[in-house]
Design a protein around this ligand. Structure first.
Ligand code: HEC
Length: 151
């Protein structure tokens, strides 16, 4: 292989990897998925308006299930007006194409703000940390949450 061809291949590979997402914190994202799976997140309360799987316009899937952890469920049940979701809030979204799980997207409220992660169907992170892709689109939400509002 000529050096030019080799360089071309290398660049193509790099582009391929970069095109897969913005995985800023692979280990942290894996730990987060492990934590919510251990907690059986698909048995959590469903988000308001998502009592069953719904079609979506959001990227990477056709229909979604959205689950909220106890922290979010408490705020919703209390119904006291508030301007932000508390630290410890977790929202998880399973995205499907037909009946096949395509992505898992998670946001967790931490002391320094929302932590974001999106995984492929094998649970491998494609995005994690604070990818601008996620924050730019979610900025218009209720404290970054798009599917439902703050009380
Ligand atoms: C182009 C806009 C867009 C981008 C980019 C986007 N989302 Fe979303 N996201 C949505 C919409 C719209 C919803 C509302 C539910 C639905 O229709 O799927 C949503 C819902 C969610 C939810 C459920 C909680 C909520 O806010 O409603 C999570 C978790 C989530 N997205 C994570 C992510 C992550 C992680 C990324 C970055 C990898 C990301 N999103 C990128 C549009 C976007």
């Amino acid at each position: 292989m000529s050096p030019a061809t080799a360089l071309g291949c290398l660049l193509a590979c790099l582009l391929l990897v970069a095109g897969c997402g913005d995985n800023q914190d692979d280990a942290g994202a894996r730990a987060l998925l492990q934590k919510i799976r251990a907690d059986g997140y698909t048995t959590w309360d469903r988000a308001p308006g998502y009592e069953e799987r719904r079609p979506t316009n959001a990227p990477h899937s056709e229909a979604v299930d959205i689950y909220v952890n106890d922290r979010v469920a408490e705020v919703l049940a209390l119904g006291e007006p508030t301007t932000s979701w508390p630290v410890g809030s977790i929202i998880a979204k399973d995205g499907f194409d037909g009946s096949k799980l395509e992505i898992i997207a998670v946001m967790e409220k931490r002391a320094d703000g929302w932590y974001w992660a999106e995984y492929d169907d094998d649970g491998d992170p494609d995005y994690s940390g604070r990818p601008e892709t996620c924050t730019d689109c979610h900025r218009s939400g209720s404290d970054y949450v798009l599917a439902f509002g703050l009380p």
